[in-house]
Design a protein around this ligand. Structure first.
Ligand code: ADP
Length: 690
């Protein structure tokens, strides 16, 4: 079949069954988007990979897919469907709206022993199961544990897993994973047992949960390796004797002296307050057929139950598998086991499959579509609740929620108050607080060094996301009070950013880099820009300012631009903008920032004027060499590497908190090294006098 047609069919297949929304994350080689399975109304995460970009990593993705097809556990992210075209692979996954565990840890500084225990039991449960299926994960870290809507953990990223042919007791050779979490035997290049290496990583993870920082860390990879090989780390004074002991038992340099996962299941520390061992067996065993789900599918497909069962039992990870698993998930969460019925009179108004051009528009993803304001997809209550054709809710039992391991009763573990002005317990060393460009390069090099051929599986690329730690800066004088700012007529925009074109070597613009000349240059540009920005803040009424903010990203032709261009004259720009603003853009700013509840990825300010905060951030981004585009109060930020590659992508959104009624800044990393991101956002917030 011609390539183009296969391509089209793959994309059609995705769009036929799913609505595709904004990007919610991106990794080493994937972009992950929020989606909705139209038939069940369930949210999903869609991992999109371009085969060409994957290159030699393609087999790793195949390995991840195969592993995920073989794993079904309450603490492992579920794979629902795989769509492959000649150029792309789409993996439809269980959606975890709570973000990465690491974000959660850093937002809370560190977790209490009690809360750590809840999470740790879930990690042990997941790992015991994964090992029981013959897999070693080999990339355990808090970035690879996502939090679901019930505040339970789900393990992701099986791209580096190994399933030794002779069983998990067979030795592995490939050095992979993130250096900070890697076991000593692994970084020494020795043959190692996958499950033993995983226990070491779990020890590092446990330390990170309890302390909010890593036990072994250094910008210099040789020093880091030395620390890991020696296995010496400091126990902070707040750790209980029990925690100190457990950490010590898990981070034993000699793998034979390390605890096994089996020993962790009923370790005294793990069972404290539970009085029961960790429950590790799958509550959703592979191959299990649920009669209620089959009945609903049979009705929907107008088939016999036997025929529906036969189709499901093929486990092809196609639309049938996805529909069945999503129905099952609904049932387990106490939702009605219902699919969207055959088209009825109401379809135009509430059936996603039959929505008109508007929905169709949302189904095509492009960079532009990425600009959908995060949170705009608020399904609120389940869509079927809104549809008149849906029978009254049929209540199914709540399943096994609320039990240990699993069960984490989210009311018990969710933060009760937002992290106001929290400073991470981990105070970075001077070197770390401001990672020098050279060190960052070393870190990147170190990651590269860690990459070696994955002999057990396939060629591998180590991907380190590392941790993110945010500390709020001390309050500083708001920019608006800086009356000394010289008037300038220019308009707020990204100043003369040297956005490199793809594949062209240009001046480094990321915080990582550039020579001193380029740094000087950037500094000068930033200084100049800051003045402009300050004036902008002072000069404008909110309405005028709104226009100017929008204008910053609109070129003479009225098209949105990825970088800005400095208008020669503020007035000229404003005049243009009055006619250029599309109704939706006007609305975006006129409606003001989104009102959201405090979440752990929202930094609270003590201020109440969102425009002022927005302008402060806008004025500082160029200084930090951050390129940005704006949609209302959301800034999509990027930094560029030396070769025109985006090194980092993240969002900052100015929003209004409800309680307390103050301005907050929601942040979300979409791509790039977590440490660098963490420092950069910290610097932006600090410099923005927030
Ligand atoms: P890669 O394999 O390229 O590293 P990942 O699988 O790690 O990509 O996904 C990248 C990011 O996307 C994750 O760190 C996470 O923030 C987000 N993500 C991945 N899977 C999901 C999911 N199931 N639900 C919500 N977010 C997800």
């Amino acid at each position: 079949m011609p390539v183009e047609r296969t391509e089209q069919r793959g994309a059609e297949e995705l769009h036929k069954y799913y609505e595709v929304y904004e990007t919610i994350g991106s990794g080493g080689f994937a972009k992950v988007k929020l989606g909705r399975h139209i038939l069940s109304g369930e949210k999903v995460a869609i991992k999109i990979m371009n085969k060409k970009d994957l290159g030699v990593d393609l087999p790793r993705v195949k390995l991840e897919i195969e592993a995920m097809k073989n794993l079904s556990h309450q603490h492992v992210c579920r794979l629902y469907q795989v769509i492959e075209t000649s150029t792309q692979i789409f993996m439809v996954l269980e959606y975890c709206p709570g973000g990465e565990l690491f974000d959660y840890i850093i937002a809370k500084d560190r977790l209490s022993e009690k809360e750590t225990r809840v999470f740790f039991r879930q990690i042990v449960s997941a790992m015991a199961y994964v090992h029981s299926q013959g897999y070693a994960h080999r990339d355990l870290k808090p970035e690879n544990l996502l939090i679901d809507e019930d505040h339970n953990l789900k393990l992701i990223d099986f791209g580096l897993c190994a399933k030794p042919k002779g069983g998990l007791g067979y030795e592995l050779m490939t050095s992979c994973g993130s250096p900070a979490y890697a076991a000593p035997e692994l970084i020494q290049g020795k043959a190692y047992i996958g499950s033993e290496a995983d226990v070491w990583s779990m020890g590092v993870l446990l330390f990170a949960l309890l302390c909010g920082y890593l036990p072994f860390d250094d910008d210099n990879c040789m020093i880091l390796y030395r620390k890991i090989t020696r296995g010496k780390y400091d126990n902070p004074q707040w750790l209980s004797p029990g925690s100190v002991l457990l950490l010590n038992q898990m981070m034993q340099v000699d793998p034979k002296r390390r605890l096994s996962v089996r020993q962790l299941l009923d370790h005294p520390w793990a069972i404290k307050d539970y009085n029961s061992p960790v429950e590790w067996r799958s509550r959703q065993p592979l191959g299990h057929i649920d009669e209620d789900c089959i009945t609903e599918m049979a009705v929907n497909m107008k088939r016999s139950r036997a025929s529906a069962t036969a189709m499901v039992k093929e486990w092809r990870y196609d639309q049938t598998t996805a529909t069945y698993l999503l129905l099952l998930s609904k049932k387990q969460r106490g939702k009605p086991v219902r699919l969207r019925p055959e088209p009825t009179a109401c379809e135009d108004s509430c059936s996603p499959l039959h929505q008109g051009p508007q929905t169709r528009k949302a189904l095509h993803f492009s960079e532009d579509e990425d600009a959908v304001i995060v949170g705009s997809l608020d399904f609120g209550s389940e869509f079927i609740d809104d549809c008149p054709w849906v029978p009254a809710r049929r209540h199914t039992p709540k399943g096994v929620r609320g039990q240990p391991d699993g069960a984490a009763n989210h009311k018990n573990v969710r933060p009760t108050s937002p992290p106001v002005e929290k400073r991470c317990a981990y105070s970075p060393t001077p070197e770390r607080g401001r990672v020098p460009a050279q060190h960052r390069q070393e870190r990147r090099d170190r990651d590269q060094e860690r990459v070696s051929e994955n002999k057990e599986n396939v060629a591998s690329t180590a991907r380190e996301k590392d941790v993110e730690i945010f500390a709020l800066p001390p309050p500083r004088t708001p920019v608006s009070s800086k009356k000394s700012a010289r008037p300038n007529k220019n308009v707020l925009t990204t100043p003369n950013r040297n956005t490199p074109s793809k594949g062209t070597k240009t001046e480094a613009l990321t915080p990582k880099g550039g020579g001193s000349a380029s740094k000087e240059n950037n500094k000068r540009k930033a200084e100049a820009f800051k003045e402009l920005a300050n004036v902008e803040i002072l000069a404008f009424s909110p309405e005028r300012r709104s226009r100017s903010l929008d204008m910053a990203f609109t070129d003479d032709s009225g098209k949105k631009k990825r970088g800005g261009k400095v208008f020669g004259s503020l007035e000229r720009g404003l005049d243009k903008m009055i006619t250029m603003l599309t109704p939706s853009k006007r609305r975006a700013l006129r409606d003001g920032p989104r009102k959201i509840k405090a979440q752990y990825n929202v930094t609270l300010t003590s201020q109440t004027n969102p425009d002022q905060i927005l302008n402060q951030i806008l004025s500082i981004l160029p200084e930090k060499n951050v390129d940005f585009t704006q949609k209302g109060y959301t800034l999509k930020c990027q930094t560029w590497g030396d070769f025109g590659k985006v090194t980092m992508a993240f969002e900052l959104e100015v929003c209004m908190l409800q309680r307390p009624e103050v301005v907050g800044i929601r942040r979300q990393r979409l791509k790039g090294d977590a440490w660098v991101y963490k420092h950069l956002v910290e610097e932006i917030l600090a410099s923005s006098s927030i």
